[in-house]
Design a protein around this ligand. Structure first.
Ligand code: SAH
Length: 393
């Protein structure tokens, strides 16, 4: 029997149902568990705490599958994946969108497992030893639970290297073609590049915020910084914006953004390639003004260790954005940095407004959609934080 015995007093976080065991908390490994194999986690007293996946290469040496003593097998994954899929069906019912997150890692009780559905294709991202070991079982359970026809693996997230695995990408079940598919979200169609798109191909967590922007865009001059394949920009155009500017440093993303504009028969969006930090300065120097600005940058701080540098970057772009807003204008600004708390993010935005010399107000707090649940015992599962701010008219 494979067991991890914790040091005295180190069972506390597990008792609060936080699903990670750090290597420093372990006193003893009993048996010879292989990477990804199931182990019992026990307190120093011998008390059972959880069943978990062993990950010898990682600082997080085990991740909890279940809080009860039970076998981890095909039945386990079928149940857990079936439950998550049923929850999503109840949320979306196939009407608003055919693209949503099916499995959100720890918060769905499946550490290291992310699965996003795009129509008939499920994109699977495995980033922990346990998830990798159960890859085929997880793929089969996903097909069964969703009725999808294809599973495409995109296990190329950087965190995977921390667990000692090389990237793995490509079709796991079903055909390789087409590698580009079209999905729909609140009436906007997007082409998703399974092979080369970011993450699993699309930023599904922003769905409801893109729609919110559409409601606010009528008659306005809109700037979408970090536009990727056009998510916010297309919604602005759809909502009747007077003008739309989409900025991104990736030529590949912009070429998909252009294709997406055509797909939706939305003409007149200005797509501009380059660095947003520089372009915002350029627009300021040219005295350009906007009514609505979206800033959805990449993760500047993956962990708290990068928080100070990230804070400077967030402040820089948000300060410039406040300066580019007309009276009565709005800024929809986001952070997806795990290392920046919602509280810190709000402080950064406050200091950006102060330095820009505007008395801005928060009018809405924004976050990821309901297909990205956050387990209360796992606050690390919250990534996306957003604020909708207004400057006085
Ligand atoms: N808002 C998008 C997602 C944005 S992802 C959506 O709704 O789909 C972040 C984007 O920022 C990526 O497309 C990346 O290419 C771009 N990016 C990263 N650093 C940048 C920089 N310094 N200047 C411009 N774009 C940048």
């Amino acid at each position: 029997m494979n067991q991890l015995i914790l040091k005295a007093g180190r069972e506390k976080s597990l008792k609060r149902r936080h699903p990670w065991v750090f290597s420093g908390a372990v006193a003893k490994v009993r048996g010879k568990p292989a990477s990804g194999e199931t182990v019992d986690v026990r307190a120093a007293s011998g008390e059972f705490l959880a069943v978990a996946a062993y990950s010898p290469e990682s600082q997080i040496v085990a991740r909890v599958w279940d809080w009860n003593e039970r076998p981890i097998d095909r039945v386990y994954f079928t149940e857990r994946i079936g439950r998550a899929a049923a929850q999503r069906r109840a949320l979306f019912g196939g009407v608003a969108t055919n693209a949503y997150r099916l499995l959100h890692g720890e918060s769905d009780g499946l550490p290291g497992v992310v699965a996003d559905r795009y129509g008939d294709t499920v994109v699977l991202q495995l980033s922990s030893a346990g998830a990798v070991r159960w890859r085929d079982t997880i793929a089969d359970a996903l097909l069964e639970a969703t009725g999808a026809r294809r599973i495409w693996e995109r296990s190329d997230a950087e965190v995977r290297a921390l667990e000692g695995f090389p990237p793995a990408t490509g079709p796991l079940r079903g055909s390789r073609e087409p590698a580009r598919i079209v999905m729909g979200e609140h009436g906007v169609r997007f082409e998703v590049d399974l092979e080369r798109g970011h993450k699993t191909g699309f930023y599904l967590d922003q769905r409801e915020n893109r729609r919110r922007l559409r409601d606010l865009a009528r008659g306005r001059d809109v700037l979408d910084g970090f536009c990727y394949t056009g998510g916010f920009a297309l919604n602005a155009a759809m909502g009747g914006a007077r003008s739309v500017f989409g900025l991104d440093s990736s030529a590949e993303a912009l070429s998909l953004a252009r294709a997406n504009a055509q797909l939706n028969e939305l003409a007149g969006i200005d797509w501009v390639g380059g660095d947003v930090f520089q372009m915002l300065r350029h627009l300021r120097d040219g005295r350009r003004q906007f009514d609505l600005i979206v800033l959805d940058p990449p993760k500047f701080a993956p962990t708290a260790a990068h928080a100070a540098r990230a804070a400077r970057a967030y402040k820089d772009i948000n300060l410039l954005a406040f300066k580019l807003l007309r009276a009565g204008g709005m800024l929809m600004t986001f952070s997806c940095s795990g290392g920046v708390s919602a509280d810190l993010f709000q402080k950064i935005i406050a200091s950006a407004a102060l330095d820009a010399g505007v008395d801005a107000q928060i009018i809405e707090h924004l976050g990821a959609g309901p297909d990205h649940p956050v387990a209360l015992s796992f606050p690390e599962g919250e990534y996306l934080k957003g604020l909708l701010c207004r400057v006085p008219g």
